[in-house]
Design a protein around this ligand. Structure first.
Ligand SMILES: O=C(O)C(=O)C[C@H](O)[C@H](O)COP(=O)(O)O
Length: 208
């Protein structure tokens, strides 16, 4: 089992996927990994998502599939049972912290303020999702947090594009960013895996 630190070092962008059609899961994950983005977050927001995680875990060994939108321990358990290799939440609750501590599958909790980040640091988490990145204050907030909280690393997600990503990646406390832009809904619907691989390759080229 990889640690969150290892997973966030796999590429500069973690694609965030919301999968409606189970049939698209495997070719989509293959295209993203082929383009250079092996760490993939599948949000647990659709009926197809647990089966999508299961299919990617079984059929795309070159990907490291995680589950997003984990709001409570029941979601955490469901995602782990499906084969998720990491767990992501837009925020955090005491129940999630307690559950994550007992799980072998690593947790990336979300924070958007200094106080939230400090509560998670105290609970033992050094890698956090910064969500929602753009509305919460973007690179300015993150670079301000780096001074008092240099021990924390963030994966900013929410409103980030290929144009905005380099400014985040230039920060010392950002190993990678998350975003849905590498898998646009129209390209997935059209089964345009070549386009998605090209978007992934462009994102993967945004080196730290
Ligand atoms: O579902 C979750 O757990 C979330 O935290 C939300 C996602 O990270 C964003 O929906 C992705 O952001 P965009 O790249 O702006 O589309």
């Amino acid at each position: 089992m990889k640690t969150i630190s290892e997973i966030l070092a796999l590429g500069p962008v973690v694609p965030v996927l919301t999968i409606d059609d189970l049939e698209t899961a495997v070719p989509l994950a293959r295209a993203l990994a082929a383009g250079g983005l092996p760490a993939i977050e599948v949000t647990l927001r659709t009926a197809a998502s647990p089966a999508a995680i299961k299919a990617i875990a079984a059929e795309v060994p070159e990907a490291v599939v995680g589950a997003g939108t984990i709001l409570n321990p029941k979601h955490y358990e469901e995602a782990v049972n499906a084969g998720a290799l990491f767990i992501v939440s837009p925020g955090c609750t005491p129940e999630l912290i307690e559950y994550a501590k007992k799980s072998d599958v690593p947790f990336l909790p979300g924070a958007a303020t200094a106080s939230e980040a400090m509560v998670l640091l105290r609970a033992g988490f050094t890698h956090l999702k910064f969500f929602p990145a753009e509305p919460a204050g973007g690179t300015k907030l993150l670079s301000s947090l780096a001074a008092p909280l240099p021990m924390l690393k963030f994966c900013p997600t929410g409103g980030i594009s290929v144009e905005k990503a380099p400014d985040y990646l230039a920060l010392p406390n950002v190993p990678c960013v998350g975003g849905s832009w590498v898998a646009p809904a129209d390209a997935v619907k059209a089964r345009d895996w070549g386009k998605i691989e090209a978007l992934a390759r462009a994102a993967a080229g945004l080196r730290k």
